[in-house]
Design a protein around this ligand. Structure first.
Ligand SMILES: Nc1ncnc2c1ncn2[C@@H]1O[C@H](COP(=O)(O)OP(=O)(O)OP(=O)(O)O)[C@@H](O)[C@H]1O
Length: 239
């Protein structure tokens, strides 16, 4: 496993609120990391810092060893699925995919697994503004995986997806892990993290409370279920 992303002493303040308080950690290839934490604990801000969408006040972010602060090239190696995908209202699904293919000018064959599994081709003529929340999520998922990225960053990816669509996405995430990709997922659905995650990070008020392999957390607490593990660790002052 290679270290793909490294965060060192990341701090970010919005107004008077310090949202990230000295975050240091690294993320390895072939690993699914579940980032958990209560609302407003800083999960999305951390993810957006990695993506260059939020600029930290202090600290370093490295991608494959190189500092990324204010650079762009590394982003082509990351597929991002936002919490809420925003797209031009009148653009049709097919046009959106064509535009992305055109912009990325990628010489690899695009990964169309999710387009096929979600049968999005039959909806290519539909404008984005007319889509249901779940279909919009499917489009976001298909885009995130389309360019065979080394890293996938998925912000609450199954929120709004029906159970069948959720299962398809989970299988895709596991397949990408088998391809040695790094997958970072934020979620509030603990059963899903339990199923997918190799490693669990818990953020609380902008700090990492713990960041450990799920198997180690299970050993440490004697519990199998993530809900029980969190209850133990967070109420018994283990951390
Ligand atoms: N651009 C911004 N300007 C001002 N405050 C912001 C901004 N972005 C985030 N925040 C604040 O930072 C805090 C952390 O937000 P963030 O979205 O990172 O939390 P989260 O852990 O992802 O939450 P959730 O589980 O609700 O998605 C919140 O209090 C939020 O209001």
């Amino acid at each position: 496993m290679d270290t793909l992303i490294e965060l060192s002493h990341i701090k970010k303040t919005f107004g008077k609120l310090q949202v990230l308080k000295d975050i240091s950690c690294h993320f390895e290839s072939g690993n699914i990391v579940s980032v958990l934490g209560p609302n407003a604990s800083g999960k999305t801000t951390m993810i957006k810092s990695i993506l260059g969408m939020v600029i930290p006040d202090e600290g370093d972010i490295r991608f494959c060893g190189a500092r990324v602060n204010k650079t762009f090239d590394y982003k082509k190696y990351i597929g991002y699925m936002p919490q809420i995908g925003r797209y031009p209202d009148n653009m049709k699904i097919g046009q959106l995919f064509d535009m992305m293919l055109d912009i990325r000018n990628c010489n690899k064959i695009p990964d169309t697994d999710l387009i096929e599994a979600y049968r999005l081709k039959s909806m290519y003529h539909k404008p984005m503004r007319t889509l249901s929340g779940g279909t919009r999520q499917k489009v976001s998922a298909a885009l995130a995986f389309m360019f065979n990225p080394d890293v996938l960053i998925l912000d609450e990816p199954t929120a709004g997806l029906d159970p069948f669509a959720t299962e398809i996405l989970k299988q895709k995430i596991l397949a990408e892990k088998a391809n040695n990709r790094l997958v970072i997922i934020t979620s509030h659905i603990l059963s899903e993290s339990e199923e997918l995650a190799d490693t669990v990070m818990y953020l609380y008020e902008g700090k990492i409370k713990f960041y450990e392999p799920l198997a180690a957390l299970q050993m440490e607490t004697g519990e199998q279920k993530l809900g029980k593990i969190l209850t133990r660790l967070l109420t018994e002052e283990h951390v």
